[in-house]
Design a protein around this ligand. Structure first.
Ligand code: Z5A
Length: 210
């Protein structure tokens, strides 16, 4: 039986990396064989693209280049990691995926959604089965992210850019409620982890009924 692709999405400092372990453990406890990856990245080529696209030394980068680089990394990841894993019945958990392109390059940079959808269909070809959107106010996320190391090229954007990113994510979640679960990521960590666990358990229960 084909595996499932679960993605974690959200703005800066939303807590994706922090809750990823919770999701992985929940899936593994059910005996599922889980492959964890991230975007951009997850392959040697993708990690090289990540280093390029986040390095402030290359800025300013035009929106078209940024979008194509994200999909170059994604195409490689799908063909060499995601699709083989799904075909083998494994479950894939990805820290960001194509919704990030709609949010950052679409909402943030103004690239048309139709263009991104065409790239998604052609270059990626695999859509997530379940997406957990960790949503929190921009200022709160930036405060969390700001307490870490130096900002990368995209983290250095202005607040209005991140407001557009958040709005684009929320619009996608509203448009596809069957795929998205919106988690209040502004809550304290225990509450966020409990909400994430509940969302995963509900999804697994629904899979069992199929
Ligand atoms: N990008 C793009 O533009 N287009 C695309 O198609 C894709 C990506 C795929 C790299 O992503 C960048 O690429 C990203 C989008 C762009 N933009 N930037 N910059 P990334 O996911 O690797 O980088 P990130 O978004 O900067 O991740 P992040 O800031 O590390 O966010 P996070 O993983 O969601 O957060 P975290 O590391 O788990 O938590 C941040 C801090 O908050 C940390 O100190 C935690 O201990 C703390 N935290 C977490 N949860 C809580 C709660 N609940 N309470 C209190 N503190 C908390």
């Amino acid at each position: 039986m084909r595996g499932r692709l679960i993605t974690l999405e959200g703005g800066e400092g939303a807590g994706k990396s922090t809750v990823l372990a919770t999701v992985r453990e929940r899936l593994a406890a059910r005996g599922l064989d889980v492959v964890v990856t991230r975007e951009p990245g997850g392959t040697p080529l993708g990690e090289a693209v990540r280093a390029l696209v986040l390095d402030p030394a290359y800025g300013p980068v035009c929106a078209e280049s940024e979008l194509l680089l994200m999909f170059a990394a994604r195409a490689q990841l799908v063909r060499s990691v995601i699709e083989p894993a799904l075909a083998a019945g494994r479950w894939v958990l990805s820290d960001r995926y194509s919704d990030a392109s709609y949010a950052y390059q679409g909402g943030g940079r103004g690239q048309p959604a139709a263009r991104i959808a065409e790239l998604e269909s052609w270059a990626a070809g695999v859509r997530p089965d379940l997406t957990l959107l960790l949503d929190l106010p921009v200022a709160q996320g930036l405060a969390r992210a700001g307490s870490r190391a130096a900002a990368d090229r995209i983290e250095a954007e202005r607040d209005d850019f991140f407001e557009r990113v958040r709005a684009a994510y929320r619009a996608r979640a509203a448009a596809e409620p069957q795929r998205f679960r919106v988690i209040d990521a502004g809550a304290e960590l225990g509450a966020v982890q409990a909400a994430v666990t509940a969302a995963i358990d509900a999804y697994l229960a629904a899979q069992d009924r199929r």
